[in-house]
Design a protein. Structure first.
Length: 764
């Protein structure tokens, strides 16, 4: 029987806890003396704030306190910082407007928090909120991405003329212009990448308390350390040891739970002021209004090709909607996170990219599953189909002429990425074969006979992930051989407790039931990078592997002492230390038992992994759709995926990540859209009655296979996988929709209404 370790489809250890109701989510927690917080939010997209009268609210039964922006400012609570930058072409920094936890002077989007009410119960807090009088002087608003820089658009910030936060460039403008001017063929495409709400199953929430002179935040998040760093970045004037952030089980994050939000800051101030814990959990309507949104780009692409239909140059101009203010990562997501992927899997000899970030009267935009990479791959993959159609070349042949070959690796792209490995052409051929491309025309004819339009589309994707900050692992071995694995990542549904056990057991060959994964507490784990950017297993797993190897070396010294042998003669195999060439040995647990001091651990080792370069997972998604010509209703009838994720830790967990990503990708392509009314600035899709989420019956059966080229920049050969499905799915689906409709282009989401309207335009 194969040892438990890397490569096995092991069942998830954490599922026992969840399926038996033993999970511990934020709303399951309650502290003694706890009060409930409710936020009064702006009903206007843009308004000046006059007086705020809270006297009637404070007089309400069971009300402990009401807090406003001026109250927090007077108490020395600082604004929420933006931690990223997107410098302008002249080198000047982007404009970072102030972002107080509670509005001061003006509100700039519907749902912006204006006051925090703290009371005995939620009902009493809600009653008190209704008693607050706020004087609003409504102002004109702008919500549409493409209209934000118009001359007559209302300005959100005096310091940002034309509502422009930054004007950022990458690539070589002169080389791209020359390549386009000299191209034998030239195409242009404009497309919209629609705005999305993250909608994790568990809404955001926090319990703030003031314990023994320390601020303590219990929160549903994707990483406690990043939130602590934000709180220490000018918000609260205190020492690092005076803030603790704790997180237990998390019901989904998708990027939106990385950040520190205004609600957490206001709740911490209230808890410190009142001397009692304050709990706040968002209702779904609040989540729609106040969670960071994703995507929302308008992009124009110009591409040049030679007589062999090979790229000569690419020029891209994007307007990125940032919302009313800057969320911590938003300038990075709109620029450096995705722009290096705009050349996709292709040889592009010259490129230039311009990104203009704009403020609008909408919720702030930041990382959502993929964070810039879905926007880039959607743009280049729609361009490839569009250009092939215009130039009369099949999508497969058009890509083959431009795909980077495996023999060209490592390949330095024109926009600054270095692909270490990948077999793009072979993966494309395998995906087309597995999807039976040759048999599609017969399926199309059969569909027509049933009154359906059938389309076939695919997309070659690549993404950059698993780089950035180092990750640290700590292994504490008790006298009984039990191992506590401390790690700074934060599981929010991926199965980390299983994957991390597999990596550790690959080296130590111990009983996985004797391992406890510890995460989510800045007091216990002082350092960590959290979970984002598909980094947890590639970076956290590499740290665990490094720490396991270190532990084996350290324990070998103790084994040598116990076996009365030279350490160079000690071997570690099958979970045992033995003297080379003999049968004399001790199990790892025996060494731990005999090494442990009275009342202390046998071993306590720390190591880390600092990724020098990113990893580049890639693959091909192939989709077939059928569209009812009378109603515009669309069905995903076939879905094929071939992926390259390098070394696979757990195939079942990996497949779950791909399936989940596809579900979110098809949601963007076919269903989801945060739609603000252009006149009032109201979010019209602020509930599940109006915002269409994918259901189980929307998700197709998927033919999933792997063609692996181990990563050469990761010690375990792993490439990140958490975001890949959400990157590959939208362009593949939209290429299939365009094929079914025989259309040059149709924007997301391709709802039955938008398809029906397109079909009516074509009707004689």
């Amino acid at each position: 029987m194969k040892k438990f370790g890397i490569g096995q489809s092991a069942a998830r250890f954490e599922d026992r806890r969840f399926l038996t109701g033993a999970g511990s989510y934020l709303d399951d927690e309650n502290l003694p003396g706890q009060a409930v917080g409710v936020f009064l939010r702006s009903p206007y997209a843009h308004a000046r704030l006059g007086g705020i009268d809270v006297s009637a609210a404070l007089a309400g039964d069971g009300v402990f306190g009401v807090f406003t922006g001026p109250d927090l400012r007077a108490a020395g609570v600082g604004d929420l910082p933006c931690m990223a930058d997107a410098p302008n072409a002249d080198g000047s920094p982007c404009y970072k407007p102030p972002r107080p936890a509670l509005a001061i002077g003006r509100v700039r989007h519907v749902g912006e928090p204006v006051a925090l009410i703290v009371a005995e119960t939620r009902a009493r807090a809600l009653d008190a909120a209704e008693a607050i009088f706020v004087e609003y002087d409504e102002l004109p608003s702008v919500v549409e991405t493409g209209a934000a820089m118009n001359g007559d658009a209302p300005r959100l910030w005096d310091e940002a003329p034309g509502n422009r936060c930054f004007d950022w460039y990458a690539g070589d403008a002169e080389a791209a212009a020359a390549a386009l001017d000299g191209a034998a063929h030239r195409v242009e495409l404009e497309l919209v990448n629609n705005r999305l709400a993250p909608n994790s199953m568990e809404p955001r929430g926090a319990i703030a308390s003031f314990e023994d002179g320390r601020l303590v935040l219990r929160v549903s998040c994707q990483g406690v350390h990043y939130i602590k760093r934000i709180l220490l970045s000018g918000i609260f004037d205190c020492a690092e040891e005076d803030i603790r952030v704790i997180c237990k089980d998390v019901g989904g994050g998708f990027g939106a739970k990385i950040f520190c939000y205004p609600e957490y800051v206001a709740a911490l101030h209230a808890a410190r002021t009142l001397g009692r814990p304050v709990k706040w959990v968002a209702e779904r309507g609040e989540s729609f209004l106040s969670d960071s949104h994703g995507r929302d780009h308008v992009t124009r692409l110009e591409a040049g090709f030679d007589n062999e239909f090979r790229f000569t140059g690419l020029r891209v101009s994007t307007i990125a909607n940032l919302g009313s203010s800057l969320s911590p990562f938003s300038p990075f997501v709109a620029t450096s996170a995705g722009v290096p992927m705009l050349s996709g899997c292709y040889r592009v000899p010259a490129a230039h990219v311009r990104v203009q970030g704009v403020f609008t009267n909408t919720a702030p935009v930041d990382a959502y599953r993929g964070a810039g990479r879905p926007e880039a791959i959607y743009a280049i993959e729609r361009l490839m189909d569009f250009a092939g159609r215009r130039l009369g070349v099949s999508p497969g042949e058009f890509r083959r002429r431009n795909l980077i070959g495996a023999a060209e690796m490592p390949f330095r792209t024109v926009l600054g990425s270095t692909y270490d490995s990948g077999e793009f052409q072979q993966i494309l051929d395998l995906a087309l074969e597995r999807s039976d491309r040759d048999g599609f025309e017969s399926r199309r004819i059969a569909a027509l006979q049933r009154g359906k339009l059938r389309g076939y589309g695919f997309a070659s994707y690549i993404e950059r992930c698993s780089g950035g900050a180092p990750e640290q692992a700590r292994l504490i071995v008790g006298a009984d051989g039990h191992i506590d694995l401390h790690i700074g990542t934060m599981s929010n549904g991926q199965g980390h407790e299983t994957a991390f056990r597999q990596i550790l057991c690959e080296y130590l060959e111990v009983d996985p039931e004797r391992i406890t994964v510890v995460q989510g507490d800045t007091d216990i784990i002082p350092r960590g990078g959290g979970t984002a950017g598909s980094r947890s297993v590639p970076v956290g797993g590499a740290a665990i592997a490094a720490c396991a190897r270190k532990l084996i070396r350290v324990a070998a010294g103790k084994a040598a002492e116990l076996l009365e042998a030279a350490v160079e003669d000690i071997r570690f195999e099958a979970g045992r230390y033995h003297i080379a060439g003999t049968d004399r040995g001790l199990s790892f647990a025996e060494v731990a038992f005999r090494a442990a001091p009275q009342g202390g651990p046998a071993f306590d080792e720390i190591d880390e992994f600092a990724p020098g370069q990113a990893t580049y997972p890639n693959g091909v998604h192939v989709v077939e759709v059928e569209i009812d010509r009378g109603t515009g209703v669309l069905d995903l009838v076939r879905y094929t995926v071939v992926d390259d994720f390098g070394q696979v830790i757990n195939p079942d967990l990996l497949l779950g990540q791909v399936h989940g990503g596809i579900a979110q990708g098809l949601g963007q392509a076919l269903l989801e859209d945060c739609h603000y009314d252009p006149q009032s600035g109201q979010l019209l899709t602020a509930s599940f009655m109006d915002y269409a989420m994918p259901r189980a019956d929307d998700c197709p059966d998927t033919d999933f296979s792997l063609r692996l080229a181990p990563c050469k920049t990761n010690p375990l050969g792993i490439k990140g996988a958490g975001e890949a499905g959400a990157i590959g799915a939208p362009p593949a689906i939209m290429n299939a929709v365009a094929d079914a409709l025989d259309a040059d282009h149709i924007d997301m989401p391709a709802t039955p209404r938008s398809i029906w309207k397109h079909l009516r335009k074509l009707a004689p």
